[in-house]
Every structure is written in C-alpha cells, then in structure tokens.
Write a protein that binds this ligand. Structure first.
Ligand code: ASP
Ligand code: MG
Length: 418
C-alpha cells in the first residue's frame, strides 16, 4: 500500500490536475491513498480572507470571490459545464459562506482553521472527481473523522491512539475497493471542529496515515527533482541527493528546509517507512529516498535560508543579570504565544531570540514580555543555516551581508543576517 502526497504547486492549475492523473495511472496495481493540499496559493489567500473577516475590513467579499473564481476557472477547464463537481464545490464553499455572514465571535486561531480548511476540502473534491472522470476509481474521504487532534487551533496536536484506531477501523477496507483521496493539513477535535496541523502540514498528514496503516512508502510529488542542497530559486549550482538518512532530513527540516514539513520524518522513522521525494513532471525519475542508513556523504554544504525573521532582545527593566528565573518566565511567554524559537543566545544583560514573523502571535508575545522586560526588535531579517559547512562556503555566503547573530558548531553554522 502506497501513500502519495501532492502539494499545492502540483495542482495549481488544470494542467497540474491532468498531470496528477497521469502520475497516478502508473500505479493502478497498488493500493493507493492520496493526500492533496489546497491548490496553488489558496492557503495564503484564505489566510488573507481570515484576517480581513476577523478585522471586518471591506475587502472580505472580493478576496473570497477571487478564491472561488480561481477554483471555478480550473473546473471549467477540466470538466463539462454540467458536471456534478460544480455543485459539490459550491456546497463545500457554503461551509464558510455562513460563517462570513456573521461578525466574528470566536478566537482568531479557531476562525482561521474553520476558514482555511476549505482549501483542502475543495481541492480533494476536484481531484477525486477528475480521477473518476478518467476512469480511475477513487473515493473522497473526510480526514477530519480519522486524524483526531486536541483543540490547539492552527497547530492541532495529534491524538495518536485514537487516530490509529479510527484509521485502522475505516481505511484499509476502503483501499481494497478503490483509490482513496483525502485532505492534507486537517484534523478534527472531539467536538467535530476542524483543526489544522500547521502550515505546509500535508506532508505530516501523509506520514500519520502511512505510519498508522504500515504503508510500504510515502511519496511526496514536488516541483523539484528531489531534495537539493539548497533552494534552487535562491541559489545557483544546486545538487540533488539520491539518498539521505532520516536524521539528516530531520535536521534540515528543523532548521527550516521547506521541502518537507518538520513533523513528517519522525513517524516514518519509527515505522521504518521510506520517504520518496520525486518530481511530479518526471514521475519515473528516482528523486531522493530518505531512509534508515541513507548515505550521509555530502558533496556540498546544505544551505537553508529562512526569510521573514524577527530578532527580539529582552533585558530586565532594572538592568539585572538575565537569570534562570527570567529565562523560565521568557520561555513560558513564548510557549503561551505559540512563537517557536529558531535560534537564541543569552548574555549577561539580555536574552535574544530569532523566530518567524507571524503578525498576530508576535503582537501577543510582545505585549506579554513587555510587562517585565525591555524589548527591542528588528524584523525583515534572514536566518541562514549551513550544515556540513566549509570555511570558504561560509565566507562566500555572508559576503556583503550584515550579521546580527552567529552560532557555529561542528556540523552547523547559523547566522541571522540583513
Ligand atoms: N495548504 C496548506 C499550506 O499551504 C498545507 C500544505 O500545503 O501542506 O500550508
Ligand atoms: Mg500548500
């Protein structure tokens, strides 16, 4: 049994959906569970919609209309105008039509999940209808009834025992009959509310499903030939790895390599299920295999650039030394604001941390820390991480850049740069 994951870029337009069909056609001998993300940049657009709705700005309707039209345009290119999928998609959007009519009552993170999840609900409807149209028997599955999370909205914590039980009870029988298409990124609470698993969480979904079902492998189909040593959109002369050990993939994602969601590897490693990263426009190419004892020889340093970083420095209001008591208070406030630290350093009088800029969460954090600390920050920074670096490679990477914070260990060099 195989698990496939198709990300937003692979289904961003009609050609993408048609190509997905061609990829899947090569695997009709296998039992296949397919996880699909929202199409193209839909999640970003839905985030914008959530913000507009939460703040009750005038553009709510326009943003929403644009999202709908984007999907209807793709539908019109792939299906006949009387196909049932047009109504199915319209009915799926109705889930949030109702919500948008009223003023927001709930917490931002809760509203976010209820709105943003529609991207995956719609994309999976469309892909499922397309596979059936081309004669590949497939059925649509609502993953929210199988992946159970707590009610940490925007970062649902998977309840593994219950999840495994639901998955094993329901999914194997379905896979015997046909391909199963389901949503990445989503979960459900015990009160049947929708949660999301964190941005780019569809890989994690594939990994949860694969590990519970004991799949042979997971394949994530991407717009790159496999895992490269750096993002080809940002760096020249990248190389592809044929194999990587799980441990290196975990390190890479921890430092922000966006090719795989950070939570993806662990469940696969525990169950010894290989993860294949393959190009969707060249399906027979070997891609990269992440597995136990994968090669750990690195012909070039691995470079990970995380943009949109904030560097926040805190010092005690009475100029006291930064003590363990201060640190424990600071960490608590970070945890409560759901801000994850990418890099940090303490000195006699200050604590400095670098993290992704998320407007709402940062606002919350800043307010909380300002009560007992003096806070100074810079934003619009980048965090550059190099694994298996050489002195020359570091020199080349930081030429002409201002380094605000630096940490170098045996295998990993990290710099916050402007
Ligand atoms: N659609 C979601 C996102 O863009 C989940 C994913 O793509 O994996 O974050
Ligand atoms: Mg996506």
């Amino acid at each position: 049994m195989l698990v496939f994951k198709f990300g937003g870029a692979s289904v961003k337009d009609a050609a993408g959906i048609i190509n997905l069909g061609k990829v899947v056609e090569n695997y009709t001998d296998d039992q296949l569970l397919i996880v699909v993300s929202a199409m193209g940049k839909t999640t970003n657009a839905l985030e914008k919609l959530t913000k507009a709705y939460f703040n009750q700005t005038e553009d709510v309707h326009d943003i929403y209309e644009e999202i709908k039209q984007y999907h209807y345009h793709i539908l019109s290119e792939v299906f006949d105008s009387n196909a049932a999928i047009f109504d199915e998609v319209a009915n799926t959007f109705v889930e949030i039509d109702w919500m948008l009519e009223d003023e927001p009552q709930d917490d931002y993170d809760f509203i976010y999940d209820q709105i943003v999840s529609v991207g995956e609900l719609v994309s999976t409807r469309i892909v499922n209808a397309y596979l059936n149209k081309i004669g590949l028997k497939s059925q649509w599955l609502d993953v929210r009834g199988y992946i159970h999370t707590d009610n940490t909205y925007r970062e649902g914590v998977v309840q593994w025992a219950k999840t495994k039980e639901s998955i094993m009870k329901g999914i194997p029988a379905l896979l015997e009959k046909s391909i199963v298409i389901t949503q990445g990124f989503l979960g459900g609470t015990s009160e049947n509310f929708t949660t999301t698993l964190g941005r780019e969480g569809s890989d994690y979904t594939a990994s949860i499903l694969a590990s519970c079902l004991g799949a042979e492998s997971v394949t994530t189909w991407k717009d790159v030939p496999g895992i490269l040593n750096a993002d080809p959109k940002l760096f020249k002369d990248t190389i592809k790895f044929d194999e990587l050990p799980y441990s290196e993939a975990i390190e890479m994602t921890y430092y922000g390599a966006s090719v795989i969601h950070p939570k993806t590897i662990k469940p696969l490693q525990n169950a010894k299920i290989p993860l294949l990263v393959k190009p969707f426009n060249d399906p027979t190419a070997p891609g990269t295999v992440i597995k136990e004892n994968g090669h750990d020889h690195y012909a070039k340093p691995i470079i990970i650039l995380k943009q949109n970083q904030v560097l926040l420095s805190l010092s005690a209001k009475d100029y006291a030394f930064i003590s363990e008591t201060h640190l424990s208070e600071i960490f608590n406030l970070f945890a409560q604001s759901h801000v994850k630290i990418n890099m940090m350093q303490t000195s006699a009088l200050s604590f400095t941390a670098c993290f992704d800029e998320d407007e709402e969460r940062f606002k919350k954090l800043l307010q909380a820390v300002s009560e007992n600390f003096k806070a100074k920050y810079n934003n619009n920074l980048s965090l550059l991480t190099t694994r298996h670096y050489t002195p020359e490679s570091l020199k080349k990477l930081t030429e002409g850049k201002v380094t605000l914070l630096e940490q170098i260990s045996r295998n990993t060099a990290q710099m916050v740069i402007r």
